[in-house]
Write a new protein. Sequence first.
Length: 207
Amino acid sequence: MKNLLLLVSVCALAFAGALARAGEFKVDDEGFIRNWLYLPAIQLDDSASTHEEGSQKDFFNKEFFPKQKACTPAEGEKVKIGNNEVAWKVVQLDNPLWEFEQQDNSMYVVVAYIVCEADIPNVNLSIGSDDSSLWVLNGTEVIRVYAGRGVEKDQDKSPALTLKKGTNVLYGAVINGGGPGGCCARFVDKDGNAVKNVKIVLAPPKP
């Protein structure tokens, strides 16, 4: 029996390692996404410190690089923002509450790829953000919030939506006025239970 348990444990570790090498990951026990692609912070002007629609709406609506809200980046891919060329990076979080490298009056752009074996209807995107944030799923905006706050779990939820079979693209933009910035995201069902039968990958969907 001990040998069997050891074999099972070794196989499980090997499978987990294979998934990681292939760029496939699980959400955590609460359903939070811990594997993301992101860009270095985009510098904004001082009006970003006023956490109101009137001062921040234009930042969310602006395209700092082409097809920003419909982007499907790969690690190392470069985009030009102003006069600077920056590259997409990947991160694996130890904590579902992602704390960004601090930069006042800035925007952080993040992307996650969620892979489903079948359609998963009637779920909600549940997010937290420090401070304001905008979230787009498969090209459709699902959450926009203007707030000055620290990041906590489940601060805002989208209307009911469907995660489609195949790869779903989740885009987030977080405006940080001052001090720390951060975000977190997961999907929950109509009863508030975590959606965990999904995979997170770091490679964009194939055309």
